[in-house]
Design a protein around this ligand. Sequence first.
Ligand SMILES: [Zn+2]
Length: 338
Amino acid sequence: MLITIKNCPLCKSVGIKKIIYNQKNVYSHLIGKILGIEESTILRKLYNVECSKCSTIYKKRWINIKANKLLYNKYMPIHPACINKNSKKFSKKEFLNLLKKLMYNIKNLNVENRDKIKREIKKILNAIDTKSNFFLKTKKRFLYQLEKNKIKEIDTDGKKILKFIKNPKNYSQFAGYGNKEIWNYLIKSTNLKKNSNYAELGCPSWGMFEQSKKYGFKNYFIKYENSYFFNCIYKLNKKIKIEKFSSGKTYDFLGIYNYIDHIVDTQKFIKNIKKISKFIGIITTPYSSSHKIDCQHFMSFQKKTFSYLKKEYNLTLCNRPFKLDKTNNYFYILKNDI
Ligand SMILES: [Zn+2]
């Protein structure tokens, strides 16, 4: 069920600079369950390497397509971040509801449900947008109590957190990537004018269609066949046209946000997207030593990978990459030569 990846998915080199391990998350748990292998073994066996030629980080060992299909169709039938963006889950009501469910599952020793609810609670907690010291102190204590399953304290501090749940933080799962600041960066970098063709590929929910529509662009969502990605909710505005990748249409801008990490044939993908857009915008989860790599991500680009893309594909960075607030993520805009 595990396959070995012989060479770099982007540059095809076999050279390796270093080995990087994975961090535990819901996917390491699920992959373990699907393959009938201990989670700790999964974390170790699905290790990542950094390519010595182009600096792409990729999984040296990966799960086969059958296990992938089970993961994305049976165990995670709909993209969780897509649900979060489309639902009203960033709310006081939902937070209280989760606290109640958590206490019930702690009492009943249902470890799987308990941990799942904890993850949901943490997502809301991490998306709270405030600089309040009182909140930060309460959050720290609350996380500790969460870890220790202290019902009474979770309840008390949880209620203190409630009043801070207002608007979700930029770039959190509940807000997505679109906001004024990042959009201004896009316009400044590309100089695109009204009526330009703007397209996105990946998850249709968390990108910048709202900003693009307001700016007067024509919007397209592109469907790309990929067995290694979630099924998303298509709650698109009627003005956004859904196009097939192979339709032959070309665009002024193509946004690929948190998606390249799920592409297995990276070289083919780059060659394909080069044919269809003048500018290409990429947000990819970078590697940082404090976070390690997520089990479900097959690959990610490093800053140095963009030098390789310039050299080999004539894809030139338009501007210094845009840092997405306090996340480690960057928005790269590449100019293509079509
Ligand atoms: Zn490489």
